[in-house]
Design a protein around this ligand. Sequence first.
Ligand SMILES: Nc1ncnc2c1ncn2[C@@H]1O[C@H](COP(=O)(O)OP(=O)(O)OP(=O)(O)O)[C@@H](O)[C@H]1O
Ligand SMILES: N[C@@H](CCO)C(=O)O
Length: 323
Amino acid sequence: MAVYTEVTDEDLDAFVADYDLGSVLSCKGIAEGVENSNFLLVTERGPHILTLYEKRTKREDLPFFLGLLEHLSTRGIACPLPVAARDGVALRELCGRPAVIVTFLSGQWPRRAQPVHCAEVGAALARVHLAAADFTLTRPNALGLAGWRELYAKCRHRADEVRPGLSAELGAELEHLGPRWPADLPAGVIHADLFPDNVFFRGEELTGLIDFYFACNDALAYDLAIGLNAWCFEADGAFNATKARAMLTGYRKVRPLSAREVAALPLLCRGSAIRFLLTRLYDWLNHPEGAFVRPKDPLEYRRKLRFHQGVRGPGDYGLDMEG
Ligand SMILES: Nc1ncnc2c1ncn2[C@@H]1O[C@H](COP(=O)(O)OP(=O)(O)OP(=O)(O)O)[C@@H](O)[C@H]1O
Ligand SMILES: N[C@@H](CCO)C(=O)O
């Protein structure tokens, strides 16, 4: 249950009184999500999402995240739009936390993603990349190569508690990626966490993208590598090339990939796999006793990493080398 901070009725009423939203009709904690406290807030003006930012979302990054949502919304991307209070300010404070009210998006995230969903996600990702091209704020990717090395240093002595040999495997992979990591691919703002639970659909129609709190500047094709890992493996660990082809085709219809981006995909997928393997491993090893949020399985991403280590080239993702 991702509600870390409880909000009293009095605090909430005083907070909402600063907006043109009428009075509060109900406010319920939302169980999904792990990073921040989220509430479904219903006022006389309808449903909204109230988010209180917890410790991992840094206060200094919020202008980038909120500015990006505004920028993308005005360019037709279906994402939450921060709502300003009567003084024109959207980023506020509630119960000692930075807090924001954003618009509510309808739809459900797909519990069983099909190739048609993957195609829509690919296209949406490309639209985000194009729409963000003239966004002026920047945020370096804190979870790039240097960030992975930091996480590894924090976890290496205990990684084998999760699976014997894991520490050496991670060390070897970082040594492999370090000198090969592509530095000069087309770059821009990426979502960096576009997992199924961050994409809403109504049937086959994509209705919204949420959770831009890892968004940053990095290689655009790296976002696709994150998407391939998150959407194109089955529960039994098998890679689904049909879904991958659908996602890549959907993307390329909106933003063509260069031959260099295509050639880099296997490496980018390895990088994306170790990124989620390491953050999950860190959370697994540092999970407070009795915490109500269950950490995600790091070993799922070890299986994905091993798959990518075995690919012979972009053809294994259903791609040819043409742009
Ligand atoms: N704008 C929105 N419209 C509708 N529902 C939303 C919206 N934003 C969040 N939600 C709901 O809240 C849940 C948690 O949101 P979110 O994924 O942003 O949480 P988080 O803890 O910040 O993220 P995560 O743990 O996924 O990194 C979502 O699964 C969704 O059900
Ligand atoms: N999407 C991340 C967690 C939230 O950022 C994961 O599955 O590890």
